[in-house]
Design a protein around this ligand. Structure first.
Ligand code: ZN
Length: 419
């Protein structure tokens, strides 16, 4: 999550629901320590999620794409493995697959982030609470080795659940909850789909279910909670999706802080593993006086770029009229003629005049067309090198002020949890 997401979500949340965000509120007060996360990997100034999470989870910068395997090929122990042996309980929550790079860096070691089947195996009896997407990696049908991993988790006294209802009913100490074969849906789509709402919990609900399993237990714990689709929306230059995702993450933060309450032995850290596409609100109009008005149009967006593209792909009619109608129904405005032409050309595989290689992709073009109406812009469709926001609250929070290298977080967490 790039910095601009935080400030735009604050404004968006005020417009949409008449209140700001919890993270902004924390940054405005005196209680929390503020810093910046210095993000990079062993192979690039720009990190991917695998190397970024390995820096946090294994204490060393590794090449992009690897989970706790360094540049020399050494396999490093993840913080989850180290702590679990010392009696610390571990929890992972994500809106991506729970075997995705970020959760994996905390509790697995594999040469490639794509080895999600192996990552799932390593979680067994190491991670107490697993909530997110990715059921395919635990089910017999989804695995080449035909291993029924879900059954093995059940035998190891995990409650294995697959729906929101089952999650809310479960009271077990250990739990494996996967609510989709792949990623969980974008919230901008979820809010308009009753079926999704019944089947899939929100990030705040997963946060509550996970944290309730640690708060009233003697053992110390480390819980990692990820709003993963903020990153995915940035890759799609999708301003509507990214702001709704950040609000959902913020709701989870509110839930966590409310549950932690006055418990002064719990440290809460808010941060991001890297920036992505650096979205920002540009000034619009003479003296920028149209800025607020154009920004307010984001609230009218009714779906993600992903659902827009899949509706387009399914549409039988593929002419300019059909495209204009679809843009109006999803984004609430008609594209200008040259914009429409460029988008149709690009989706038809033809070249368009756009000097940025990044933004000439269909998602980049769509992001720019929506940006012309909403005042928002993007630098590209991939991760960036900028430091990310870091906010810490609770015991040891003073260790997270100023500029903190991502590979130094691991040692700080171990010191705090093991003394
Ligand atoms: Zn990404």
């Amino acid at each position: 999550m790039s910095q601009g997401v935080l400030s735009m979500t604050e404004a968006f949340s005020r417009q949409l629901r008449g209140k700001g965000t919890r993270w902004w509120d924390l940054m405005s007060g005196q209680e929390a320590v503020m810093g910046l996360m210095d993000t990079a990997s062993a192979s690039s100034m720009v990190t991917d999620s695998a190397a970024a999470s390995s820096a946090w989870g294994g204490g060393k910068r590794v090449p992009n794409g690897r989970i706790n395997v360094d540049a020399d090929g050494n396999h490093r122990e993840s913080i989850g493995e180290t702590l679990q042996k010392k009696g610390v309980r571990i929890g992972l929550v994500s809106t991506a697959t729970i075997t995705h790079a970020t959760p994996a860096g905390f509790a697995a070691t594999v040469p490639s982030r794509g080895q999600e089947h192996q990552i799932a195996e390593q979680y067994l009896n190491r991670v107490d609470v697993l909530l997110g997407g990715g059921s395919q990696f635990f089910k017999k049908q989804g695995r080449a080795d035909r291993r029924d991993l879900a059954e093995e988790f059940a035998k190891a006294k995990y409650d294995v659940v697959g729906s929101r209802d089952e999650l809310l009913r479960s009271r077990s100490k250990k739990i494996l909850g996967t609510f989709s074969p792949g990623y969980l849906p974008y919230m901008v789509d979820y809010h308009r789909d009753k079926e999704l709402q019944q089947r899939i919990p929100t990030l705040a609900e997963m946060a509550e279910a996970a944290l309730s399993r640690f708060l009233h237990d003697e053992a110390p714990f480390l819980m990692q909670l990820e709003g993963a689709r903020i990153d995915h929306a940035a890759h799609k230059n999708d301003i509507g999706a990214i702001l709704h995702e950040q609000i959902a993450f913020d709701d989870a933060v509110s839930k966590v802080l409310q549950m932690v309450g006055e418990r002064d032995e719990i440290l809460v850290i808010l941060t991001s593993d890297h920036g992505n596409a650096n979205p920002a609100l540009n000034g619009t109009g003479p003296g920028y006086r149209d800025t607020n008005e154009v920004f307010s149009r984001i609230a009218r967006i009714k779906g993600s770029a992903e659902s827009f593209m899949s509706q387009w792909n399914r549409s039988k009619k593929k002419d300019s009229t059909a495209m204009t109608e679809l843009m109006e129904s999803v984004y609430g405005f008609k594209p200008a003629l040259p914009e429409l032409q460029a988008l149709m050309d690009r989706l038809g595989g033809r070249k368009v005049t756009e000097w940025s290689d990044q933004l000439s992709n269909p998602e980049g073009l769509l992001g720019q067309i929506v940006g012309n109406v909403t005042g928002t812009g993007w630098t590209g469709i991939v991760h960036t090198s900028d430091p990310t926001q870091l906010t810490a609250l609770g015991p040891g929070s003073e260790r997270f002020g100023g500029l903190v290298r991502n590979d130094l977080v691991h040692g700080k967490l171990l010191e705090l949890l093991m003394g």
